[in-house]
Ligand binder design. Structure first.
Ligand code: AMP
Ligand code: TRP
Length: 327
């Protein structure tokens, strides 16, 4: 079976964009691939984190993976720092990377922009991400298009090592999401929905209460035309809402436009509230159950054990090909 690896950072506010863009895809891939889904806590500390909050967010994201339908009987769910191979391979790959290529990463440029100095971890973060992927001989990496440059770097590093040493790594492929899966901010449809935006009504978090969902959708930016049609250029706010409606209801954009012919934004938004609340209610219910159970810890411990077993084999091969250690 071919192998899939992906990771989500343990920060709060996992939102509808994360769900439609990434988590939901994770669930589908389980049928066809051996999947490893990681909570990448070592990535999270590239920016300051409160230790108590970080632990809480690790368990929140793990419980959300399971609540949306990641099945621990089929997939390996684990916490990155529970597998030492990530840091170990991260260092080895750092020695095969160039500062030039790392300075070209747009995410680093964006995050360090206007800062007098940036943590070195923010600079080498894409190398750690490459280590995450190569550690498991991964074939396919499902991620948003925002990660494309990091996946390309990972492939370059794998090919570079394979060409200068014995063949050591499987060269992975990115699997990018469809354009429609990019969910925009509700208050400003020119930006993507994000975990860190200040306005809580810019996003719908997966654990939002129905009253909050209603408020955010009813407040969402639209336009004054009053006609329900899909036009990303002229009507980006409404088009984003139609996209969300379509993704949560399995109706096509054309179906939706036809359904609301002659109706106003109020009717459309009211229905979207209902669809969203209905889609998220079972997730929240399962989340509450799983989050407070011992089972969650057992699943993560079991996942770490299985991940370690694969990682140790890769690390033995890597050390051998680099001549590190005694054997
Ligand atoms: P992040 O929120 O940056 O940790 O991303 C976690 C995963 O969700 C990645 O695969 C992202 O590409 C995806 N993602 C984040 N924000 C959005 C969005 N607004 N729409 C679609 N996918 C997203
Ligand atoms: N960098 C990714 C993000 O911010 C998270 C991530 C870390 C990841 N390691 C990974 C994704 C390995 C896929 C594979 O979304």
């Amino acid at each position: 079976m071919k192998r899939v690896f992906s990771g989500v950072q343990p920060t709060g506010n996992i939102h509808l964009g994360n769900y439609l863009g990434a988590l939901r895809q994770f669930v589908e891939l389980q049928e066809e691939y051996q999947c490893l889904y990681c909570i990448v806590d070592l990535h999270a500390i590239t920016v300051p984190q409160d230790p108590k909050e970080l632990r809480k967010h690790i368990l929140d994201v793990a419980a959300l993976y399971l609540a949306v339908g990641v099945d621990p009987k089929k997939s390996i769910v684990f916490v990155q720092s529970d597998v030492p191979g990530h840091s170990e391979l991260g260092w080895i790959l750092t020695c095969s990377s160039y500062t030039g290529e790392l300075s070209r990463m747009t995410q680093f440029k964006a995050k360090s922009h206007n800062k007098a100095s940036a943590p070195a971890g923010l600079f080498t973060y894409p190398v750690l991400m490459a280590a995450d992927i190569l550690l498991y001989d991964t074939d396919v990496v499902p991620v948003g298009t925002d990660q494309k440059q990091h996946i390309e770097l990972c492939r370059d590093l794998a090919i570079r090592v394979n060409n200068t040493r014995k063949k050591t790594f499987v060269v992975p492929e990115g699997r990018y999401l469809k354009a429609g899966a990019r969910i925009m901010s509700l208050d400003d449809p020119s930006k993507k929905m994000s975990k860190s935006a200040e306005n809580i009504h810019s996003r719908i978090s997966l654990l939002d209460e129905p009253s909050k969902i209603k408020k955010s959708i009813m407040k969402a930016t639209t336009d004054s035309e009053g006609i329900i049609r899909f036009d990303k250029e002229e009507k980006p706010g409404l088009s984003n809402l139609i996209n969300i409606y379509s993704a949560l209801s399995d109706k096509t954009v054309d179906d939706i436009v036809a359904m609301y012919e002659g109706k106003g934004y109020g009717d459309f938004k009211k229905d979207l509230v209902e669809i969203t609340v209905d889609a998220l209610a079972p997730i929240k219910e399962r989340f509450d159950e799983i989050r407070s159970s011992q089972e969650l810890i057992d699943i993560l411990e079991d996942g770490a054990e299985k991940a370690n077993a694969i990682a140790e084999k890769t690390m033995a091969r890597v050390k051998d090909n680099f001549g590190l250690g005694l054997k």
